[in-house]
Design a protein around this ligand. Structure first.
Ligand code: FMN
Length: 317
């Protein structure tokens, strides 16, 4: 449509991104990879998850291809926060795109210490809180065992943080909507809804699990419907909260689908590992969609899925 000034820029409640495409944690590299990834069409990136002390991570192999996606278990391999800040962060911020630092802890105290270290660091757009680690909230219960534990961690980090805090919540969380609401009430700026699902694959010839950690998480296009549903459920309860959707985004149309469900931006993981130019193609795809629909920006798509009215004969089957 003539006269429409089109942009891919999005505003995540005060965090300006040049496009709604964000490199997901663990898939953006460490800044050593040089020009492998085309970062021009990325609006932001998330670092791999960082712990206080270095972690060796899971035994190899850490990824395995399946017919329906990538099975991964990295076991939080990272150099620890001090080495990350000294070596990795300067390289990552040199890319020029906003960077979120993902933090992972095995206790509430560890999360709080990580968040307080990051307060004085320049050049970070925000913190993403990863809760899938092997940590325990209390008495042997993992953080993800209840909304109360999730909110406890995210609230503690948000209260002391001057940086915007985004809570990364798996779609498999029993009380996803309750947890999402609780995190926002406790001070989270936004939410990343993560569709990757626990999984396992077995090499039948060798009679062994395909990944060294025995089981891992499945990501890639197969999990996108999980992400779409969860984003839709959370966004309709919290329409004013920035939501990033992670899980199964490969093409521009995949991104549009999640924006229609209510996401403000999307994270791309597996796609970037397989095809470092995937974000460029996805950005072109979103622009093409905006043009075709005569819309100006991704915000015009957000939450616009049309739900048939009961009684119109259009009800879902
Ligand atoms: C090899 C690999 C490593 C990952 N490492 C992390 C990590 O350190 N922290 C994290 O929050 N998510 C991690 N993830 C999950 C991704 O950030 C993303 O949530 C998930 O892969 C779903 O998105 P996708 O279907 O686009 O890959 C990792 C994923 C992969 C494939």
């Amino acid at each position: 449509m003539a006269g429409v000034k089109r942009t891919l820029a999005v505003d995540l409640g005060g965090i300006a991104l040049s496009t709604p495409l964000v490199a997901a944690s663990g898939t953006f590299g460490t800044g050593r990879e040089g020009g492998l990834l085309d970062t021009r069409r990325l609006g932001a990136a998330v670092s791999r998850s960082i712990t206080l002390a270095p972690r060796k991570g899971a035994p190899s192999p850490r990824v395995a291809e399946t017919a329906s996606g990538l099975l991964w278990s990295v076991g939080l391999q990272n150099p620890g926060i001090d080495a990350f800040l000294a070596d990795e962060l300067p390289r990552l911020t040199r890319t020029g795109i906003p960077l979120f630092v993902s933090i992972a802890g095995s206790s509430l105290e560890e999360y709080v210490r990580l968040a307080s270290v990051l307060q004085d660091v320049q050049g970070i757009a925000g913190i993403e809180v990863y809760l899938r680690g092997e940590g325990e909230a209390q008495e042997g219960e993992p953080f993800l065992s209840s909304a109360e534990h999730v909110v406890g961690v995210v609230g503690a980090v948000s209260r002391l943080s001057r940086l915007p805090v985004v809570a990364k919540l798996p779609v498999s969380l029993a009380d996803l909507v309750e947890s999402a609401r609780g995190c926002v009430r406790a001070g989270a700026h936004g939410l990343t809804i993560d569709g990757s699902a626990p999984g396992m694959a077995i090499d039948t010839a060798r009679l062994r699990p395909e990944v060294g950690a025995i089981s891992g998480f499945l990501s890639g296009p197969a999990v996108r419907p999980f992400t779409v549903r969860a984003v839709f459920e959370v966004a309709r309860i919290l329409p004013e909260v920035p939501i990033l959707a992670a899980g199964g985004v490969w093409t521009g149309n995949d991104a549009v689908e999640l924006l229609l469900a209510g996401a403000w931006a999307v994270e791309m993981g597996t796609a970037l590992l397989v095809d470092p130019s995937a974000a460029t193609a996805a950005a072109d795809g979103i622009l093409g969609y905006l043009k075709h629909k005569g819309l100006a920006s991704p915000a015009d798509i957000r939450g616009r899925v049309r739900i048939p009215e009961p009684g119109t004969g259009e009800e879902a089957g």
